[in-house]
Design a protein around this ligand. Structure first.
Ligand code: SAM
Length: 272
Protein backbone atom coordinates (compact mmCIF):
# COMPACT_ATOMS: atom_id res chain seq x y z
CA UNK A 1 0.00 0.00 0.00
CA UNK A 2 1.65 3.31 -1.05
CA UNK A 3 2.21 5.80 1.75
CA UNK A 4 3.57 8.84 -0.08
CA UNK A 5 0.26 10.79 -0.17
CA UNK A 6 -0.26 10.20 3.53
CA UNK A 7 3.32 11.25 4.33
CA UNK A 8 2.84 14.54 2.46
CA UNK A 9 -0.50 15.13 4.25
CA UNK A 10 1.06 14.52 7.69
CA UNK A 11 3.66 17.27 7.17
CA UNK A 12 1.33 19.62 5.28
CA UNK A 13 -1.17 19.38 8.16
CA UNK A 14 1.64 20.80 10.34
CA UNK A 15 2.02 23.80 8.06
CA UNK A 16 5.00 22.57 6.00
CA UNK A 17 5.42 22.74 2.27
CA UNK A 18 7.10 19.56 1.03
CA UNK A 19 9.45 19.27 -1.92
CA UNK A 20 10.49 15.74 -2.89
CA UNK A 21 11.23 13.70 -6.00
CA UNK A 22 12.14 16.52 -8.39
CA UNK A 23 14.25 15.78 -11.44
CA UNK A 24 17.73 17.45 -11.29
CA UNK A 25 17.61 18.05 -15.07
CA UNK A 26 14.57 20.29 -14.53
CA UNK A 27 16.13 22.03 -11.53
CA UNK A 28 19.32 23.52 -12.96
CA UNK A 29 21.17 20.23 -12.33
CA UNK A 30 20.70 20.47 -8.57
CA UNK A 31 21.78 17.03 -7.32
CA UNK A 32 19.70 17.58 -4.16
CA UNK A 33 16.44 18.00 -6.12
CA UNK A 34 15.15 14.41 -5.58
CA UNK A 35 15.55 14.63 -1.79
CA UNK A 36 12.98 15.92 0.68
CA UNK A 37 12.90 19.49 1.98
CA UNK A 38 10.37 20.86 4.42
CA UNK A 39 9.66 24.60 4.33
CA UNK A 40 7.63 26.83 6.62
CA UNK A 41 7.33 30.61 6.34
CA UNK A 42 10.19 30.69 3.86
CA UNK A 43 12.55 28.76 6.18
CA UNK A 44 14.09 25.35 5.48
CA UNK A 45 13.61 22.92 8.35
CA UNK A 46 15.64 20.10 6.84
CA UNK A 47 19.31 20.98 6.85
CA UNK A 48 19.93 17.23 6.57
CA UNK A 49 17.70 16.41 3.62
CA UNK A 50 15.08 13.69 3.96
CA UNK A 51 15.14 10.58 1.81
CA UNK A 52 13.89 10.95 -1.77
CA UNK A 53 10.46 10.02 -3.11
CA UNK A 54 12.02 7.17 -5.13
CA UNK A 55 13.58 5.88 -1.90
CA UNK A 56 10.14 5.83 -0.27
CA UNK A 57 9.09 3.64 -3.19
CA UNK A 58 12.10 1.40 -2.51
CA UNK A 59 10.98 1.09 1.13
CA UNK A 60 7.44 0.29 0.02
CA UNK A 61 8.82 -2.58 -2.09
CA UNK A 62 11.18 -3.75 0.67
CA UNK A 63 8.50 -3.85 3.35
CA UNK A 64 5.74 -5.28 1.16
CA UNK A 65 6.46 -8.77 2.53
CA UNK A 66 9.43 -8.29 4.88
CA UNK A 67 8.10 -7.54 8.38
CA UNK A 68 10.81 -6.64 10.93
CA UNK A 69 9.57 -6.22 14.50
CA UNK A 70 12.29 -3.99 15.93
CA UNK A 71 13.60 -1.09 13.89
CA UNK A 72 16.38 1.36 14.73
CA UNK A 73 17.37 4.54 12.89
CA UNK A 74 20.44 6.73 13.24
CA UNK A 75 19.63 10.24 11.93
CA UNK A 76 16.03 11.35 12.46
CA UNK A 77 16.09 15.05 11.50
CA UNK A 78 12.40 15.87 11.04
CA UNK A 79 11.29 12.25 11.07
CA UNK A 80 10.55 11.94 7.34
CA UNK A 81 12.20 8.50 7.04
CA UNK A 82 11.22 7.47 10.59
CA UNK A 83 7.54 8.12 9.94
CA UNK A 84 7.73 6.55 6.45
CA UNK A 85 9.21 3.37 7.91
CA UNK A 86 6.67 3.42 10.75
CA UNK A 87 3.72 3.75 8.34
CA UNK A 88 5.06 0.78 6.38
CA UNK A 89 5.64 -1.26 9.55
CA UNK A 90 2.69 -0.64 11.87
CA UNK A 91 3.55 -3.94 13.61
CA UNK A 92 7.02 -2.73 14.62
CA UNK A 93 8.59 -0.86 17.51
CA UNK A 94 10.63 1.98 15.99
CA UNK A 95 13.38 3.93 17.71
CA UNK A 96 15.19 6.83 16.05
CA UNK A 97 18.35 8.42 17.43
CA UNK A 98 19.50 11.94 16.61
CA UNK A 99 22.34 13.94 18.10
CA UNK A 100 20.41 17.19 17.71
CA UNK A 101 23.46 18.54 15.91
CA UNK A 102 21.65 19.77 12.80
CA UNK A 103 19.72 23.03 13.12
CA UNK A 104 16.14 22.37 14.26
CA UNK A 105 16.71 18.62 14.64
CA UNK A 106 15.81 18.77 18.36
CA UNK A 107 12.46 20.24 17.36
CA UNK A 108 12.35 17.38 14.83
CA UNK A 109 12.63 14.77 17.61
CA UNK A 110 9.65 16.32 19.42
CA UNK A 111 7.59 16.52 16.27
CA UNK A 112 8.36 12.91 15.32
CA UNK A 113 7.09 11.76 18.71
CA UNK A 114 3.94 13.90 18.31
CA UNK A 115 3.23 12.41 14.88
CA UNK A 116 3.81 8.89 16.20
CA UNK A 117 1.33 9.50 19.06
CA UNK A 118 -1.25 11.04 16.77
CA UNK A 119 -1.10 8.10 14.34
CA UNK A 120 -0.86 5.54 17.18
CA UNK A 121 2.40 4.23 15.76
CA UNK A 122 4.96 2.71 18.12
CA UNK A 123 7.62 5.37 17.46
CA UNK A 124 10.17 6.80 19.87
CA UNK A 125 12.61 9.48 18.74
CA UNK A 126 15.42 10.09 21.23
CA UNK A 127 18.36 12.43 21.57
CA UNK A 128 21.69 10.62 21.45
CA UNK A 129 24.94 10.35 19.54
CA UNK A 130 26.15 7.34 17.58
CA UNK A 131 28.19 5.35 18.42
CA UNK A 132 28.34 6.07 22.15
CA UNK A 133 24.58 6.21 22.83
CA UNK A 134 23.45 3.34 20.60
CA UNK A 135 23.76 0.60 23.24
CA UNK A 136 21.72 2.49 25.85
CA UNK A 137 18.99 3.43 23.38
CA UNK A 138 18.68 -0.16 22.10
CA UNK A 139 18.68 -1.61 25.63
CA UNK A 140 16.13 0.90 26.93
CA UNK A 141 13.72 1.04 24.04
CA UNK A 142 14.19 -2.15 21.98
CA UNK A 143 14.97 -4.75 24.65
CA UNK A 144 18.47 -5.13 23.27
CA UNK A 145 17.87 -6.30 19.68
CA UNK A 146 17.35 -4.87 16.19
CA UNK A 147 15.86 -6.55 13.11
CA UNK A 148 16.24 -3.64 10.72
CA UNK A 149 18.49 -0.59 10.98
CA UNK A 150 18.57 2.52 8.78
CA UNK A 151 21.78 4.52 9.01
CA UNK A 152 21.49 8.16 7.91
CA UNK A 153 23.52 10.17 10.41
CA UNK A 154 26.90 11.75 9.73
CA UNK A 155 28.02 10.92 6.20
CA UNK A 156 31.72 10.12 6.53
CA UNK A 157 33.54 6.86 5.93
CA UNK A 158 34.80 6.76 9.52
CA UNK A 159 31.36 7.42 11.00
CA UNK A 160 29.44 4.74 9.05
CA UNK A 161 31.96 2.14 10.19
CA UNK A 162 31.44 3.36 13.78
CA UNK A 163 27.65 3.25 13.26
CA UNK A 164 27.94 -0.29 11.91
CA UNK A 165 30.13 -1.45 14.81
CA UNK A 166 27.72 0.10 17.34
CA UNK A 167 24.63 -1.56 15.82
CA UNK A 168 26.08 -4.93 14.76
CA UNK A 169 26.12 -6.60 18.24
CA UNK A 170 22.35 -6.06 18.51
CA UNK A 171 21.43 -7.24 15.02
CA UNK A 172 19.29 -10.39 15.02
CA UNK A 173 19.88 -13.35 12.71
CA UNK A 174 18.90 -12.29 9.18
CA UNK A 175 18.95 -8.68 10.37
CA UNK A 176 19.19 -5.98 7.70
CA UNK A 177 21.16 -2.72 7.71
CA UNK A 178 20.48 0.01 5.15
CA UNK A 179 22.95 2.86 4.58
CA UNK A 180 21.71 6.10 3.00
CA UNK A 181 23.88 8.17 0.63
CA UNK A 182 26.56 5.49 0.29
CA UNK A 183 27.36 6.36 -3.34
CA UNK A 184 26.31 10.05 -3.37
CA UNK A 185 28.54 10.90 -0.40
CA UNK A 186 31.50 8.81 -1.60
CA UNK A 187 31.21 6.36 1.28
CA UNK A 188 32.21 3.29 -0.75
CA UNK A 189 35.50 2.94 1.24
CA UNK A 190 33.49 2.77 4.49
CA UNK A 191 31.06 0.29 2.95
CA UNK A 192 33.96 -1.86 1.70
CA UNK A 193 35.44 -1.84 5.21
CA UNK A 194 32.06 -2.96 6.60
CA UNK A 195 32.01 -5.70 3.94
CA UNK A 196 35.27 -7.05 5.38
CA UNK A 197 33.88 -7.02 8.93
CA UNK A 198 30.37 -8.24 8.23
CA UNK A 199 29.01 -11.69 7.98
CA UNK A 200 26.62 -11.26 5.05
CA UNK A 201 26.11 -9.66 1.65
CA UNK A 202 26.46 -5.99 0.90
CA UNK A 203 24.80 -4.68 -2.24
CA UNK A 204 24.77 -1.18 -3.67
CA UNK A 205 21.28 -0.02 -4.63
CA UNK A 206 22.02 2.14 -7.65
CA UNK A 207 18.28 2.36 -8.31
CA UNK A 208 17.81 4.54 -5.21
CA UNK A 209 18.39 8.29 -5.57
CA UNK A 210 21.26 8.49 -3.07
CA UNK A 211 22.81 5.15 -3.99
CA UNK A 212 22.06 3.33 -0.76
CA UNK A 213 23.90 0.19 0.32
CA UNK A 214 22.26 -2.74 2.08
CA UNK A 215 23.71 -5.42 4.33
CA UNK A 216 21.59 -8.58 4.44
CA UNK A 217 22.01 -12.29 5.02
CA UNK A 218 20.70 -13.37 1.62
CA UNK A 219 18.37 -15.82 3.38
CA UNK A 220 15.16 -13.78 3.13
CA UNK A 221 13.60 -14.02 -0.32
CA UNK A 222 11.32 -11.07 0.49
CA UNK A 223 14.46 -8.92 0.93
CA UNK A 224 16.59 -10.31 -1.90
CA UNK A 225 13.81 -9.77 -4.48
CA UNK A 226 13.78 -6.02 -3.80
CA UNK A 227 17.58 -5.83 -3.59
CA UNK A 228 17.76 -7.48 -7.03
CA UNK A 229 15.37 -4.95 -8.56
CA UNK A 230 17.21 -1.89 -7.22
CA UNK A 231 20.80 -3.03 -7.85
CA UNK A 232 22.59 -3.31 -11.18
CA UNK A 233 25.66 -5.21 -12.19
CA UNK A 234 28.80 -3.35 -13.26
CA UNK A 235 28.50 -4.51 -16.87
CA UNK A 236 25.03 -2.98 -17.26
CA UNK A 237 26.08 0.21 -15.47
CA UNK A 238 29.11 0.57 -17.73
CA UNK A 239 26.89 0.01 -20.75
CA UNK A 240 24.42 2.69 -19.59
CA UNK A 241 27.25 5.16 -18.87
CA UNK A 242 28.71 4.50 -22.27
CA UNK A 243 25.30 4.96 -23.91
CA UNK A 244 24.86 8.25 -22.08
CA UNK A 245 28.28 9.46 -23.20
CA UNK A 246 27.48 8.49 -26.77
CA UNK A 247 24.18 10.37 -26.72
CA UNK A 248 25.87 13.42 -25.27
CA UNK A 249 28.39 13.44 -28.03
CA UNK A 250 26.15 12.13 -30.77
CA UNK A 251 26.86 15.06 -33.10
CA UNK A 252 30.56 14.41 -32.78
CA UNK A 253 29.98 10.71 -33.49
CA UNK A 254 27.91 11.50 -36.60
CA UNK A 255 30.60 13.79 -37.81
CA UNK A 256 33.28 11.13 -37.21
CA UNK A 257 31.21 8.49 -38.98
CA UNK A 258 30.73 10.64 -42.01
CA UNK A 259 34.46 11.41 -42.14
CA UNK A 260 35.20 7.71 -41.80
CA UNK A 261 33.00 6.89 -44.78
CA UNK A 262 34.83 9.38 -46.91
CA UNK A 263 38.29 8.29 -45.78
CA UNK A 264 38.11 5.01 -47.75
CA UNK A 265 41.30 2.95 -47.16
CA UNK A 266 42.27 5.26 -44.25
CA UNK A 267 39.00 4.71 -42.36
CA UNK A 268 40.91 2.76 -39.68
CA UNK A 269 42.22 6.15 -38.50
CA UNK A 270 38.76 7.02 -37.19
CA UNK A 271 37.78 5.02 -34.15
CA UNK A 272 34.23 5.11 -32.67
C1 SAM B 1 20.55 13.47 6.73
S1 SAM B 1 19.81 13.86 8.26
C2 SAM B 1 18.69 12.53 8.50
C3 SAM B 1 17.51 12.60 7.58
C4 SAM B 1 16.41 11.62 7.93
N1 SAM B 1 16.89 10.26 7.92
C5 SAM B 1 15.27 11.77 6.95
O1 SAM B 1 15.18 11.03 5.96
O2 SAM B 1 14.44 12.69 7.16
C6 SAM B 1 21.10 13.47 9.38
C7 SAM B 1 20.71 13.63 10.85
O3 SAM B 1 21.67 12.89 11.60
C8 SAM B 1 21.99 13.57 12.79
N2 SAM B 1 23.33 13.10 13.19
C9 SAM B 1 24.52 13.43 12.68
N3 SAM B 1 25.52 12.73 13.26
C10 SAM B 1 24.92 11.93 14.19
C11 SAM B 1 25.40 10.97 15.14
N4 SAM B 1 26.72 10.68 15.23
N5 SAM B 1 24.49 10.35 15.92
C12 SAM B 1 23.19 10.61 15.83
N6 SAM B 1 22.68 11.52 14.96
C13 SAM B 1 23.52 12.16 14.14
C14 SAM B 1 21.88 15.06 12.44
O4 SAM B 1 21.56 15.85 13.58
C15 SAM B 1 20.76 15.05 11.38
O5 SAM B 1 19.52 15.39 11.95
Amino acid sequence: MPIINKLFEIYEARGFEVSSGLNPCHMENDAAAPFTCLFKNGTTYTNGLGIAMQEIYFLECLFADYRPKKIFLIGNSFGWSTIAIALLNPQARIVALDSGGDPKSLEGLEMTNDIGRELTLDVKAVKGISPQDVGTAVAEHLDGSIDFCFIDGLHTNEQIVLDYKAVQPFLTENGVMLFHDAISCGMEPGIEEIKELANGNIDYLQGTSSGMAILHSGNLSEVTATVKTFSFDDRLLDFMKQKHRQEKHRHLHRWKRSLKKRAGPFSFLFTQ
